[in-house]
Structures are given as C-alpha cells and as structure tokens.
Design a protein around this ligand. Structure first.
Ligand SMILES: [Mg+2]
Length: 463
C-alpha cells in the first residue's frame, strides 16, 4: 500500500463503494465529499505533489538495436518511469545524476532539468540527461493520468511519420532494390547512406583518399574517422561526383520522385567539396544532405546552404537549444534541424528546438538511435511540435524491437507511421522477459545502484 492510500478521501471512496451512495444522497454532504463523488473517475493512484524520487537503476541491453542502457526511475508511490541512454553512450552518464535527483519531486521536470543539464554535453554525452528527462516525463504522465504529449500542450497530429534507411550496397541496382522493399512495406520517407566510401577502389574518383595508395594517415596521430572534415585534404573529382550521381539516379529511377529521399554519411571533406556535391545533386531533389561537415562550423554550413538549392541538415549531435541549435537557426546555416531527443536534452528541450526553428522558417525532424521506450518518447515530442517532419526508425529489420515493450497495439510502426500513444506517460511498459534476453553479459537487470546515491560537489556555475 502506498502513501496515497492513506488519504482520507480514499476512505470515503471505500465507503462509497460499500454503501452504494448516489448523487442524490450527496447533496447535504460536505463539499469535500461531494467533490470526491463527482470526480470519482479521476485517477487517484498518486498524489503528485507528494511524489519523491527514491531510486534509479539501469538495464543495459544489446543485440536488438545498438547498445541501449534503459533508465528506470523509482518513486515513493510505486510509479516508475523509463527512458533510454542513446547508442554509444555509457549508463554512468545517467547514474551520475541519481545523487542530484533523490528526494526530489519528479513532476518538476523543468526545474530538475536545470539542475542536471550541466552534466550533459554534445553527442553521446547528452545521453544521460536526456534519458533521465524522458523517464521523468513518463512518471509525470502516469501520476497525472495523461499521455506525455498532453503535458507539452497537446498534439498536432495523431500519427507520427517515420523515415528509414536501408543497408548499403556498392551495386547501385542492388541498393535501389533494397530501398524499394522499404517503399513496398509502406514507408513514406527514406534516407540513403551515400558518400566517398562507395567510391573506394574506383580509380580517379577521390584525391587523398583515406584508404588510397598515398596512405595519408600513416604518420598521423589520428585516423581519418577522427579527423574533422576541413582537415582531411580529401577532394572528390568530377568522375567521383558522376559516380555518386549514378547511385542517386538509379535510386530515383527505381523509387520515383514522389517520395522524400534524404542522404547521409557523405564522408569527411571540406566546404568546397560539399558545395560541388550539393550542386550536382540538385536535379535529384533530395530531401536533405545530412552532416556534410561538423555542425560546429556554422558559418561554413551557411555558405553551403547559400550555394545550393539542395536542402542541408544537421543536429543529431547537438545538446540543447542554446548549445548550438539557436546559432544555426538564427543564421539559417541549414534548412532543416535534426535533433535527437536522446542527445538534445529530452522531450521538452527538443520541442523548444522545434518551436524556435518554426519561428525562423527552419524544418524540424528527429534523429533516433536507441530502444523503443525513447522511440515512443520521441513520438510525443514529435506529436506536440507543429513543424515536425519525420522521426528516424533504425530498427526496421529488428523484429524484437517492438517486443521489448508492452501495453501498446502492435505493430506500433505501421505503413511508415506510429500512432501517438494515448496511455498515461510515454504509454508503454517494459516486457522484462524479453529485456532479460538481451541484457549485456555479466550484468543484472535493474541491479541496485547505492554507490551512486551521493556525490559531494558544489554544482553552482557562477560566483
Ligand atoms: Mg546521421
């Protein structure tokens, strides 16, 4: 029995169910009891103002889609909330925050976010704060008996559109065939990974190729994949660009021009190559070219965007609106921003980014690379933001992805859309039997974490 059950109003409800009271017999009753009677269908599972965070634990899984630590936050009233720490991030990024949250009321999401957000950063380092934020919303929704989108101001759509990519082939025909299978499954927005990786072994296409005969990284302290784009000295020749165009041409001939097709993973090269490529791609009407250069080079992004009619897009590694999105949006450095709710700071911060982008005429879509809990958490922010386009679905080929959760109609991704969950919170619970199957070897599902209860430090960022 939890604290809420000790509420005297509960006793009254018990009396009510025993005595079979009707409204007629209530007219002389005290106002509290009359109120209690007329609102008896309202959820009293919880007294939200008395909620307190009591624990945080992790179930870290792999083998479904990426390696995903699932965060679970516990409360004094039996309500638990879930979120994901995104792919490639460490569970400790979330556990570190436990000491800052114990004893706090989880319903004060924005206030708690201001306490913990200083411990997040860009890319994977945003994974802890964002996963915790999502778990807090899950609790709030359950406590107040409403879906998360409702707490954000309501929804703009009942179904959220997803986009997906497919496995890459170096044979353009085969690649197009695989993409056609996505279309046949009902997806209405696509992305293809295309770039200089597809040109390796084709002579005369890439200058200073990372794996080319000059072996340019043999004396470098860091390898190509850790070298930021402007510093690789990679150039793409006309022949290289022609080859890349061929991939898109074959793809477009296969899937047609009605369906939005974005592109990603172009390779590490500088601003001039990006301009050459985006101009060459104009005739294929791509939906966007993603992460051509690192997001931090805002002015260079602006130059690319101004040089072409091919839409530009970045954002999956940016933490918080003020952490980078604001400058990019203010400068119209890209045409579309692409926050990952699991990096950007969670559900509310992602909505803030979308709203700010909307104000400035910039498109808004979601990156996602983690488990189904945060996929559906992202659906809430997508549903509640006006200018939203597409949410990334990374688990199209993972049938177990949907099995990880219960309480939702399956399949929850159908014909390229996800129905916005209407149950309280994010709208799903974990299927622990399935989660157990994928727990990282040597780890225990939701093991106690008392070692994270206390971290002594003075967190104030100013004096
Ligand atoms: Mg990407």
């Amino acid at each position: 029995m939890h604290d809420a059950d000790k509420n005297p109003r509960r006793d009254f409800l018990q009396k009510l169910s025993l005595g079979g009271l009707s409204l007629g017999t209530m007219t002389m009753a005290p106002i509290e009891e009359r109120l209690e009677y007329t609102t008896q269908k309202v959820n009293r599972y919880s007294a939200p103002s008395d909620l307190k965070i009591t624990d945080m634990r992790i179930a870290e899984i792999s083998g479904v889609v990426f390696r995903t630590p699932i965060v679970r936050i516990y409360t004094n009233q039996g309500i638990i909330g879930h979120g994901d720490v995104r792919d490639g991030a460490a569970k400790e990024y979330a556990l570190f925050l436990k000491s800052r949250l114990l004893g706090e009321n989880p319903c004060n999401v924005e206030r708690l976010f201001k306490i913990i957000s200083q411990f997040g950063h860009h890319a994977r380092q945003g994974g802890g704060v964002s996963g915790v934020e999502m778990a807090l919303w899950d609790i709030v929704g359950k406590a107040y008996n409403v879906p998360v989108y409702q707490l954000l101001g309501g929804k703009y759509r009942d179904q959220v559109r997803v986009y997906c990519d497919t496995t890459t082939s170096r044979d353009p025909q085969e690649y197009a065939k695989r993409m056609q299978e996505r279309v046949d499954k009902g997806y209405t927005a696509l992305k293809m990974d295309i770039g200089i990786g597809l040109l390796r072994d084709i002579p005369g296409t890439v200058i200073n190729a990372p794996d080319g005969k000059l072996n340019p990284y043999q004396y470098e302290y860091r390898k190509y994949n850790m070298t930021k784009h402007p510093f690789t000295g990679v150039q793409v020749t006309d022949k290289g660009i022609e080859k890349l165009c061929e991939f898109v041409e074959v793809m477009r001939n296969q899937i047609g021009y009605e369906i939005p097709m974005g592109t990603d993973h172009w390779g590490h090269f500088g601003l001039n190559e990006a301009i050459k490529i985006t101009r060459a791609m104009e005739k294929y009407n791509l939906a966007y070219t993603e992460d051509l250069i690192p997001w931090q080079y805002t002015d260079q992004w602006r130059e690319i965007t101004q040089s072409t009619t091919t839409p530009t897009q970045t954002g999956e590694d940016i933490y918080m609106l003020e952490g980078g999105f604001k400058e990019i949006i203010d400068k119209h450095a890209v045409d579309i921003v692409h926050p990952d709710p699991n990096t950007a700071g969670g559900i509310l911060e992602t909505k803030r980014i979308g709203d700010y982008a909307s104000l400035h005429g910039i498109g808004f879509m979601h990156h996602h690379a983690a488990g189904p809990v945060s996929f559906l958490g992202s659906v809430h922010s997508a549903a509640a933001t006006e200018n939203f386009l597409w949410l990334e679905h990374h688990a199209v080929d993972s049938p177990k992805f949907e099995d990880l959760v219960t309480g939702i109609e399956k399949p929850f991704v159908k014909n390229g859309y996800v129905k916005v969950p209407e149950k309280p919170g994010i709208g799903v619970e974990l299927n622990e039997d399935v989660v157990k199957e994928f727990i990282i070897k040597g780890q225990q599902m939701f093991a106690p974490t008392p070692e994270w209860n206390e971290i002594r430090a003075w967190d104030r960022l100013w004096s």
